[in-house]
Design a protein around this ligand. Structure first.
Ligand code: ATP
Ligand code: MG
Length: 442
Protein backbone atom coordinates (compact mmCIF):
# COMPACT_ATOMS: atom_id res chain seq x y z
CA UNK A 1 0.00 0.00 0.00
CA UNK A 2 1.18 3.50 -0.87
CA UNK A 3 0.72 5.87 2.04
CA UNK A 4 -0.38 8.61 -0.38
CA UNK A 5 -3.34 6.39 -1.37
CA UNK A 6 -4.14 5.08 2.11
CA UNK A 7 -6.60 6.42 4.63
CA UNK A 8 -4.50 7.00 7.74
CA UNK A 9 -5.87 9.95 9.71
CA UNK A 10 -3.19 10.52 12.35
CA UNK A 11 -3.73 12.85 15.28
CA UNK A 12 -0.95 15.17 16.41
CA UNK A 13 -2.38 15.86 19.84
CA UNK A 14 -3.21 13.22 22.37
CA UNK A 15 -6.97 13.28 22.89
CA UNK A 16 -7.70 14.18 26.49
CA UNK A 17 -10.19 11.34 27.01
CA UNK A 18 -7.48 8.74 26.41
CA UNK A 19 -5.83 7.88 29.71
CA UNK A 20 -4.03 4.67 28.80
CA UNK A 21 -1.39 3.99 26.17
CA UNK A 22 -3.42 1.70 23.93
CA UNK A 23 -6.35 4.10 23.74
CA UNK A 24 -4.01 7.02 23.06
CA UNK A 25 -2.10 5.22 20.35
CA UNK A 26 -5.18 3.75 18.68
CA UNK A 27 -6.61 7.24 18.30
CA UNK A 28 -3.33 8.90 17.34
CA UNK A 29 -2.43 6.19 14.83
CA UNK A 30 -5.81 6.50 13.13
CA UNK A 31 -6.96 2.98 13.99
CA UNK A 32 -10.40 3.79 15.35
CA UNK A 33 -12.75 6.71 15.71
CA UNK A 34 -15.31 6.85 18.45
CA UNK A 35 -18.79 7.41 17.05
CA UNK A 36 -20.60 7.46 20.37
CA UNK A 37 -19.67 6.26 23.87
CA UNK A 38 -18.10 2.82 23.55
CA UNK A 39 -18.98 2.48 19.85
CA UNK A 40 -16.19 2.74 17.30
CA UNK A 41 -15.59 3.00 13.59
CA UNK A 42 -12.70 0.70 12.68
CA UNK A 43 -10.48 2.68 10.34
CA UNK A 44 -8.28 0.81 7.82
CA UNK A 45 -5.23 0.34 10.04
CA UNK A 46 -7.26 -0.80 13.05
CA UNK A 47 -9.50 -2.99 10.95
CA UNK A 48 -6.51 -4.83 9.49
CA UNK A 49 -5.20 -5.68 12.95
CA UNK A 50 -8.66 -6.70 14.13
CA UNK A 51 -8.99 -9.10 11.18
CA UNK A 52 -5.56 -10.61 11.80
CA UNK A 53 -6.39 -11.29 15.43
CA UNK A 54 -9.78 -12.69 14.43
CA UNK A 55 -8.11 -15.03 12.00
CA UNK A 56 -5.62 -16.40 14.51
CA UNK A 57 -8.46 -16.98 16.95
CA UNK A 58 -10.37 -18.77 14.15
CA UNK A 59 -7.43 -20.97 13.15
CA UNK A 60 -6.88 -22.12 16.71
CA UNK A 61 -10.59 -22.80 17.21
CA UNK A 62 -10.60 -24.89 14.06
CA UNK A 63 -7.52 -26.78 15.23
CA UNK A 64 -9.28 -27.56 18.51
CA UNK A 65 -12.10 -29.19 16.56
CA UNK A 66 -14.68 -26.43 17.00
CA UNK A 67 -16.84 -25.67 13.96
CA UNK A 68 -17.67 -22.14 12.85
CA UNK A 69 -21.20 -20.79 12.44
CA UNK A 70 -22.67 -17.30 12.46
CA UNK A 71 -25.55 -16.31 14.67
CA UNK A 72 -27.32 -12.97 14.27
CA UNK A 73 -26.64 -9.92 16.41
CA UNK A 74 -30.38 -9.33 16.91
CA UNK A 75 -32.09 -11.94 19.04
CA UNK A 76 -35.66 -12.61 19.97
CA UNK A 77 -36.46 -12.12 23.66
CA UNK A 78 -38.28 -15.48 23.72
CA UNK A 79 -35.23 -17.67 24.30
CA UNK A 80 -34.06 -15.41 27.09
CA UNK A 81 -37.45 -15.63 28.78
CA UNK A 82 -37.26 -19.41 28.71
CA UNK A 83 -33.97 -19.41 30.63
CA UNK A 84 -35.04 -16.60 32.93
CA UNK A 85 -32.21 -14.39 31.75
CA UNK A 86 -34.40 -11.75 30.15
CA UNK A 87 -35.19 -10.33 33.57
CA UNK A 88 -31.91 -11.32 35.20
CA UNK A 89 -29.61 -9.59 32.71
CA UNK A 90 -30.43 -6.03 33.69
CA UNK A 91 -29.69 -2.69 32.04
CA UNK A 92 -26.60 -3.92 30.19
CA UNK A 93 -28.93 -5.52 27.66
CA UNK A 94 -30.07 -3.32 24.81
CA UNK A 95 -33.76 -4.10 24.37
CA UNK A 96 -35.47 -3.24 21.11
CA UNK A 97 -39.01 -3.44 19.72
CA UNK A 98 -39.75 -4.04 16.06
CA UNK A 99 -42.65 -2.44 14.13
CA UNK A 100 -45.06 -5.16 15.30
CA UNK A 101 -44.07 -4.52 18.89
CA UNK A 102 -42.16 -7.80 19.17
CA UNK A 103 -39.41 -7.80 21.78
CA UNK A 104 -35.92 -8.11 20.40
CA UNK A 105 -32.48 -7.49 21.83
CA UNK A 106 -28.96 -6.90 20.58
CA UNK A 107 -27.13 -9.99 21.80
CA UNK A 108 -24.67 -9.60 24.66
CA UNK A 109 -23.89 -13.36 24.38
CA UNK A 110 -25.55 -16.40 22.73
CA UNK A 111 -26.11 -19.31 25.14
CA UNK A 112 -29.90 -19.06 24.97
CA UNK A 113 -30.07 -18.84 21.18
CA UNK A 114 -27.64 -21.66 20.52
CA UNK A 115 -29.32 -23.95 23.05
CA UNK A 116 -32.59 -23.41 21.17
CA UNK A 117 -30.88 -24.15 17.86
CA UNK A 118 -29.25 -27.26 19.29
CA UNK A 119 -32.45 -28.79 20.69
CA UNK A 120 -34.09 -28.47 17.29
CA UNK A 121 -31.64 -30.91 15.73
CA UNK A 122 -29.80 -33.05 18.24
CA UNK A 123 -31.50 -35.76 20.30
CA UNK A 124 -28.94 -38.50 20.72
CA UNK A 125 -25.51 -39.11 22.19
CA UNK A 126 -24.59 -40.48 18.76
CA UNK A 127 -24.39 -36.91 17.45
CA UNK A 128 -22.19 -35.73 20.33
CA UNK A 129 -19.84 -34.17 21.25
CA UNK A 130 -20.22 -30.91 19.35
CA UNK A 131 -18.41 -27.60 19.68
CA UNK A 132 -19.64 -24.62 17.68
CA UNK A 133 -18.34 -21.08 17.66
CA UNK A 134 -18.92 -17.77 15.99
CA UNK A 135 -17.09 -14.45 15.85
CA UNK A 136 -19.73 -11.79 16.05
CA UNK A 137 -20.38 -8.31 17.38
CA UNK A 138 -21.96 -8.05 20.80
CA UNK A 139 -23.60 -5.18 22.56
CA UNK A 140 -23.52 -4.53 26.28
CA UNK A 141 -24.69 -1.21 27.57
CA UNK A 142 -21.75 -0.95 29.97
CA UNK A 143 -22.16 1.47 32.84
CA UNK A 144 -18.71 2.89 32.18
CA UNK A 145 -17.41 2.28 28.68
CA UNK A 146 -13.76 3.32 28.81
CA UNK A 147 -10.21 2.71 27.72
CA UNK A 148 -11.25 2.75 24.08
CA UNK A 149 -11.98 -0.69 22.61
CA UNK A 150 -10.98 -2.38 25.87
CA UNK A 151 -14.37 -1.76 27.41
CA UNK A 152 -16.63 -0.85 24.55
CA UNK A 153 -20.36 -1.17 24.32
CA UNK A 154 -20.23 -2.75 20.88
CA UNK A 155 -17.37 -5.23 20.70
CA UNK A 156 -16.25 -8.28 18.75
CA UNK A 157 -16.21 -11.59 20.59
CA UNK A 158 -15.41 -15.15 19.70
CA UNK A 159 -17.85 -17.31 21.60
CA UNK A 160 -17.81 -21.08 21.44
CA UNK A 161 -20.34 -23.50 22.92
CA UNK A 162 -19.77 -27.17 23.67
CA UNK A 163 -22.39 -29.92 23.96
CA UNK A 164 -21.64 -33.26 25.60
CA UNK A 165 -23.55 -36.26 26.85
CA UNK A 166 -21.98 -36.27 30.31
CA UNK A 167 -19.63 -34.32 32.57
CA UNK A 168 -16.61 -36.44 31.76
CA UNK A 169 -16.92 -35.72 28.08
CA UNK A 170 -17.72 -32.06 28.83
CA UNK A 171 -14.42 -31.86 30.68
CA UNK A 172 -12.61 -32.94 27.55
CA UNK A 173 -14.33 -30.19 25.53
CA UNK A 174 -13.36 -27.70 28.22
CA UNK A 175 -9.74 -28.83 28.15
CA UNK A 176 -9.57 -28.52 24.37
CA UNK A 177 -10.61 -24.89 24.64
CA UNK A 178 -8.20 -24.30 27.52
CA UNK A 179 -5.29 -25.49 25.36
CA UNK A 180 -6.59 -23.60 22.30
CA UNK A 181 -6.53 -20.43 24.41
CA UNK A 182 -2.92 -20.97 25.48
CA UNK A 183 -1.92 -21.40 21.83
CA UNK A 184 -4.04 -18.50 20.58
CA UNK A 185 -2.62 -15.95 23.01
CA UNK A 186 0.89 -17.20 22.39
CA UNK A 187 0.50 -16.61 18.65
CA UNK A 188 -0.70 -13.10 19.44
CA UNK A 189 2.59 -12.46 21.22
CA UNK A 190 0.94 -12.51 24.65
CA UNK A 191 1.68 -14.38 27.84
CA UNK A 192 -1.79 -15.13 29.16
CA UNK A 193 -2.29 -16.46 32.68
CA UNK A 194 -5.28 -18.74 33.38
CA UNK A 195 -6.88 -17.71 36.66
CA UNK A 196 -9.36 -19.79 38.53
CA UNK A 197 -12.62 -17.91 38.22
CA UNK A 198 -15.95 -17.84 39.95
CA UNK A 199 -18.22 -20.18 38.05
CA UNK A 200 -21.33 -18.39 39.26
CA UNK A 201 -24.19 -19.58 41.42
CA UNK A 202 -26.02 -22.04 39.15
CA UNK A 203 -24.65 -25.34 37.93
CA UNK A 204 -21.18 -24.11 37.10
CA UNK A 205 -18.27 -26.05 38.47
CA UNK A 206 -15.33 -25.06 36.33
CA UNK A 207 -14.21 -21.71 35.01
CA UNK A 208 -11.01 -19.92 34.09
CA UNK A 209 -10.28 -16.37 33.05
CA UNK A 210 -7.27 -15.67 30.86
CA UNK A 211 -5.49 -12.45 31.72
CA UNK A 212 -2.53 -10.63 30.32
CA UNK A 213 -0.57 -8.60 32.80
CA UNK A 214 -0.62 -4.83 32.36
CA UNK A 215 -0.43 -1.99 34.86
CA UNK A 216 -3.59 -0.49 33.40
CA UNK A 217 -5.59 -3.73 33.71
CA UNK A 218 -8.91 -3.61 35.54
CA UNK A 219 -8.38 -6.85 37.50
CA UNK A 220 -5.97 -7.56 40.31
CA UNK A 221 -4.06 -10.80 39.91
CA UNK A 222 -2.35 -12.98 42.53
CA UNK A 223 -0.34 -15.84 41.10
CA UNK A 224 2.74 -18.03 41.13
CA UNK A 225 5.32 -16.30 38.98
CA UNK A 226 6.37 -19.56 37.26
CA UNK A 227 3.14 -19.35 35.27
CA UNK A 228 4.65 -16.45 33.36
CA UNK A 229 7.54 -18.59 32.14
CA UNK A 230 5.41 -21.41 30.73
CA UNK A 231 5.52 -21.93 26.98
CA UNK A 232 2.46 -22.60 24.83
CA UNK A 233 1.89 -26.34 24.48
CA UNK A 234 1.22 -26.45 20.72
CA UNK A 235 -0.67 -29.53 19.54
CA UNK A 236 -1.80 -31.75 22.42
CA UNK A 237 -3.28 -35.20 21.88
CA UNK A 238 -6.55 -36.03 23.62
CA UNK A 239 -4.92 -38.29 26.15
CA UNK A 240 -2.49 -35.55 27.25
CA UNK A 241 -5.03 -32.73 27.55
CA UNK A 242 -5.70 -33.14 31.26
CA UNK A 243 -1.98 -33.27 32.03
CA UNK A 244 -1.36 -29.99 30.19
CA UNK A 245 -4.32 -28.29 31.87
CA UNK A 246 -3.21 -29.56 35.28
CA UNK A 247 0.31 -28.28 34.68
CA UNK A 248 -1.17 -24.75 34.68
CA UNK A 249 -4.03 -25.06 37.12
CA UNK A 250 -1.86 -26.64 39.83
CA UNK A 251 -0.32 -23.19 40.38
CA UNK A 252 -2.15 -20.68 42.51
CA UNK A 253 -3.62 -17.98 40.24
CA UNK A 254 -6.70 -15.94 41.11
CA UNK A 255 -8.15 -12.50 40.76
CA UNK A 256 -9.05 -10.48 43.85
CA UNK A 257 -12.65 -11.75 43.69
CA UNK A 258 -11.49 -15.30 44.42
CA UNK A 259 -8.29 -14.49 46.28
CA UNK A 260 -7.36 -16.58 49.34
CA UNK A 261 -4.42 -15.01 51.18
CA UNK A 262 -3.65 -18.13 53.23
CA UNK A 263 -3.28 -20.26 50.13
CA UNK A 264 -1.32 -17.54 48.37
CA UNK A 265 1.20 -17.42 51.22
CA UNK A 266 2.01 -21.09 50.72
CA UNK A 267 3.85 -19.99 47.57
CA UNK A 268 7.56 -19.29 48.30
CA UNK A 269 7.83 -15.55 48.89
CA UNK A 270 10.09 -14.84 45.91
CA UNK A 271 7.56 -16.51 43.60
CA UNK A 272 4.51 -14.54 44.76
CA UNK A 273 3.31 -12.20 42.08
CA UNK A 274 0.73 -9.47 42.66
CA UNK A 275 -0.07 -7.53 39.51
CA UNK A 276 -2.82 -6.05 37.41
CA UNK A 277 -4.29 -7.71 34.35
CA UNK A 278 -6.65 -7.44 31.40
CA UNK A 279 -9.19 -10.20 30.91
CA UNK A 280 -8.91 -11.39 27.31
CA UNK A 281 -10.77 -14.68 27.58
CA UNK A 282 -13.14 -16.56 29.84
CA UNK A 283 -14.11 -20.22 29.71
CA UNK A 284 -16.95 -21.81 31.54
CA UNK A 285 -18.44 -25.21 32.14
CA UNK A 286 -22.00 -24.82 33.36
CA UNK A 287 -23.58 -28.24 32.90
CA UNK A 288 -27.34 -28.03 32.39
CA UNK A 289 -27.83 -24.38 33.36
CA UNK A 290 -29.48 -23.59 30.01
CA UNK A 291 -30.29 -27.03 28.65
CA UNK A 292 -32.49 -27.91 31.62
CA UNK A 293 -34.89 -24.95 31.49
CA UNK A 294 -34.94 -25.17 27.69
CA UNK A 295 -35.44 -28.95 27.57
CA UNK A 296 -32.42 -29.48 25.37
CA UNK A 297 -32.28 -33.18 26.13
CA UNK A 298 -30.31 -36.00 24.61
CA UNK A 299 -30.60 -39.73 24.93
CA UNK A 300 -27.51 -41.45 26.33
CA UNK A 301 -26.11 -44.87 25.37
CA UNK A 302 -28.05 -46.33 28.31
CA UNK A 303 -31.33 -45.10 26.80
CA UNK A 304 -31.87 -42.45 29.49
CA UNK A 305 -32.77 -38.91 28.43
CA UNK A 306 -30.94 -36.04 30.16
CA UNK A 307 -30.18 -32.37 29.57
CA UNK A 308 -27.11 -31.92 27.42
CA UNK A 309 -23.97 -30.76 29.28
CA UNK A 310 -22.69 -27.42 28.07
CA UNK A 311 -19.80 -25.00 28.29
CA UNK A 312 -19.13 -21.59 26.79
CA UNK A 313 -15.85 -20.00 25.85
CA UNK A 314 -15.31 -16.31 25.08
CA UNK A 315 -12.40 -14.35 23.64
CA UNK A 316 -12.50 -10.56 23.48
CA UNK A 317 -11.28 -10.11 19.91
CA UNK A 318 -11.62 -6.32 19.75
CA UNK A 319 -10.36 -5.92 23.33
CA UNK A 320 -7.23 -7.80 22.25
CA UNK A 321 -6.28 -5.01 19.84
CA UNK A 322 -5.91 -2.71 22.84
CA UNK A 323 -4.49 -5.49 25.01
CA UNK A 324 -1.68 -6.23 22.59
CA UNK A 325 -0.76 -2.54 22.48
CA UNK A 326 -0.75 -2.35 26.29
CA UNK A 327 1.68 -5.26 26.28
CA UNK A 328 3.84 -3.93 23.44
CA UNK A 329 4.58 -0.22 23.06
CA UNK A 330 7.13 2.39 24.06
CA UNK A 331 7.13 6.17 24.54
CA UNK A 332 6.87 6.90 20.81
CA UNK A 333 4.30 4.38 19.67
CA UNK A 334 3.05 0.87 19.11
CA UNK A 335 5.34 -2.14 18.52
CA UNK A 336 3.30 -4.81 16.71
CA UNK A 337 4.11 -8.48 17.06
CA UNK A 338 4.79 -9.88 13.59
CA UNK A 339 1.69 -12.09 13.70
CA UNK A 340 -0.79 -9.19 13.82
CA UNK A 341 1.07 -6.26 12.33
CA UNK A 342 -1.08 -4.29 9.87
CA UNK A 343 1.82 -4.19 7.37
CA UNK A 344 4.97 -6.30 7.32
CA UNK A 345 7.40 -3.44 6.79
CA UNK A 346 7.43 0.31 6.24
CA UNK A 347 9.47 1.79 3.42
CA UNK A 348 10.47 5.40 4.04
CA UNK A 349 11.41 7.49 1.03
CA UNK A 350 13.49 10.37 2.39
CA UNK A 351 13.63 12.30 -0.86
CA UNK A 352 10.48 11.98 -2.91
CA UNK A 353 11.17 13.33 -6.40
CA UNK A 354 14.81 12.21 -6.45
CA UNK A 355 14.98 9.76 -9.36
CA UNK A 356 17.32 7.29 -7.78
CA UNK A 357 15.62 7.26 -4.38
CA UNK A 358 12.20 6.89 -6.01
CA UNK A 359 13.43 4.07 -8.21
CA UNK A 360 14.97 2.09 -5.34
CA UNK A 361 11.82 2.56 -3.23
CA UNK A 362 9.59 1.37 -6.08
CA UNK A 363 11.85 -1.60 -6.59
CA UNK A 364 11.78 -2.50 -2.89
CA UNK A 365 8.04 -2.04 -2.83
CA UNK A 366 7.49 -4.43 -5.74
CA UNK A 367 9.93 -7.04 -4.45
CA UNK A 368 8.43 -7.05 -0.96
CA UNK A 369 4.88 -7.22 -2.33
CA UNK A 370 5.86 -10.18 -4.49
CA UNK A 371 7.31 -11.87 -1.40
CA UNK A 372 3.96 -11.47 0.41
CA UNK A 373 5.39 -9.06 2.96
CA UNK A 374 2.63 -6.46 2.49
CA UNK A 375 4.75 -3.29 2.68
CA UNK A 376 3.51 0.20 3.50
CA UNK A 377 5.40 2.64 1.31
CA UNK A 378 5.69 6.17 2.67
CA UNK A 379 5.80 8.01 -0.65
CA UNK A 380 4.50 11.27 0.82
CA UNK A 381 6.34 14.50 0.41
CA UNK A 382 6.92 15.21 4.12
CA UNK A 383 9.98 16.01 6.20
CA UNK A 384 12.16 13.14 7.35
CA UNK A 385 11.44 13.76 11.04
CA UNK A 386 7.73 13.56 10.42
CA UNK A 387 8.10 10.32 8.49
CA UNK A 388 10.19 8.68 11.21
CA UNK A 389 7.76 9.72 13.93
CA UNK A 390 4.77 8.48 11.92
CA UNK A 391 6.35 5.10 11.19
CA UNK A 392 7.40 4.66 14.83
CA UNK A 393 3.89 5.57 15.99
CA UNK A 394 2.09 3.01 13.83
CA UNK A 395 4.57 0.41 15.02
CA UNK A 396 5.41 -1.83 12.05
CA UNK A 397 8.12 -4.29 13.21
CA UNK A 398 10.59 -3.23 10.48
CA UNK A 399 11.41 -0.09 8.54
CA UNK A 400 13.55 0.37 5.46
CA UNK A 401 14.82 3.91 5.15
CA UNK A 402 15.98 5.03 1.73
CA UNK A 403 17.86 8.30 1.20
CA UNK A 404 20.40 9.75 -1.22
CA UNK A 405 23.30 9.56 1.23
CA UNK A 406 22.96 5.82 1.80
CA UNK A 407 22.37 5.11 -1.85
CA UNK A 408 25.62 6.94 -2.61
CA UNK A 409 27.27 4.10 -0.69
CA UNK A 410 24.99 1.47 -2.18
CA UNK A 411 22.95 0.84 0.97
CA UNK A 412 19.58 1.38 2.60
CA UNK A 413 18.98 1.41 6.34
CA UNK A 414 16.91 -1.33 7.99
CA UNK A 415 15.54 -0.54 11.42
CA UNK A 416 14.06 -3.05 13.84
CA UNK A 417 11.29 -1.24 15.70
CA UNK A 418 11.49 -3.27 18.91
CA UNK A 419 15.23 -3.06 19.58
CA UNK A 420 15.91 0.13 17.67
CA UNK A 421 18.78 -1.70 15.99
CA UNK A 422 19.82 -0.23 12.62
CA UNK A 423 21.70 -1.95 9.83
CA UNK A 424 23.11 -0.69 6.55
CA UNK A 425 22.31 -3.29 3.91
CA UNK A 426 22.26 -3.51 0.15
CA UNK A 427 18.83 -3.55 -1.41
CA UNK A 428 18.97 -7.29 -1.94
CA UNK A 429 20.20 -7.96 1.60
CA UNK A 430 17.42 -5.78 2.97
CA UNK A 431 14.72 -7.73 1.11
CA UNK A 432 16.24 -11.04 2.17
CA UNK A 433 16.49 -9.93 5.77
CA UNK A 434 12.81 -8.96 5.93
CA UNK A 435 11.58 -12.06 4.10
CA UNK A 436 13.68 -14.19 6.39
CA UNK A 437 12.30 -12.55 9.52
CA UNK A 438 8.79 -13.51 8.43
CA UNK A 439 9.53 -17.03 7.31
CA UNK A 440 12.11 -18.34 9.80
CA UNK A 441 9.70 -18.73 12.73
CA UNK A 442 6.41 -17.19 13.79
P1 ATP B 1 -15.48 -8.10 32.11
O1 ATP B 1 -15.29 -8.77 33.43
O2 ATP B 1 -14.23 -7.48 31.57
O3 ATP B 1 -16.65 -7.15 32.08
P2 ATP B 1 -17.08 -10.27 31.27
O4 ATP B 1 -16.73 -11.22 32.33
O5 ATP B 1 -18.35 -9.55 31.34
O6 ATP B 1 -15.88 -9.22 31.09
P3 ATP B 1 -17.44 -12.38 29.33
O7 ATP B 1 -18.91 -12.42 29.38
O8 ATP B 1 -16.66 -13.46 29.98
O9 ATP B 1 -16.94 -10.96 29.84
O10 ATP B 1 -16.99 -12.17 27.80
C1 ATP B 1 -15.91 -12.85 27.17
C2 ATP B 1 -14.80 -11.88 26.80
O11 ATP B 1 -15.30 -10.77 26.06
C3 ATP B 1 -14.11 -11.25 27.99
O12 ATP B 1 -13.10 -12.11 28.47
C4 ATP B 1 -13.54 -9.98 27.39
O13 ATP B 1 -12.27 -10.25 26.81
C5 ATP B 1 -14.52 -9.62 26.31
N1 ATP B 1 -15.39 -8.51 26.74
C6 ATP B 1 -16.37 -8.53 27.66
N2 ATP B 1 -16.95 -7.34 27.81
C7 ATP B 1 -16.31 -6.51 26.92
C8 ATP B 1 -16.46 -5.12 26.59
N3 ATP B 1 -17.37 -4.36 27.17
N4 ATP B 1 -15.63 -4.61 25.64
C9 ATP B 1 -14.71 -5.38 25.03
N5 ATP B 1 -14.53 -6.69 25.31
C10 ATP B 1 -15.31 -7.25 26.24
MG1 MG C 1 -15.60 -12.73 32.56
Amino acid sequence: MRLSRYFLPLLKETPSEATIASHRYMLRAGMVKQDSAGIYIWLPLGFKVLKKIENIVREEQNKSGAVEILMPTIQSAGHWKETGRYDAYGPEMLRIKDRSNRELLYGPTNEDMITDMFRTYVKSYKDLPQSLYHIQWKFRDERRPRFGVMRGREFLMKDAYSFDVDLESARLSYNKQFVAYLNTFDRLGLQAVPLRADAGPIGGDLSHEFLILAETGESKVYCHSDLLDMKAPGYVSEKDLQKVVDSRTSFYARSDEMHDQTKFEKIPENKRLVARGIEVGHIFQFGDKYSKPMNANVQGADGKVNPVMMGSYGVGVSRLVGGIIEASHDEVGIIWPKSVTPFGVGIINLKVGNDEVDKVCEDLYEKLKNSNIDPLYDDKNDRGGQKFARMDLIGLPYQIIVGPRGLGEGVVEVKVRLSGKKMNLTLEEAVNFIVNEYTSET
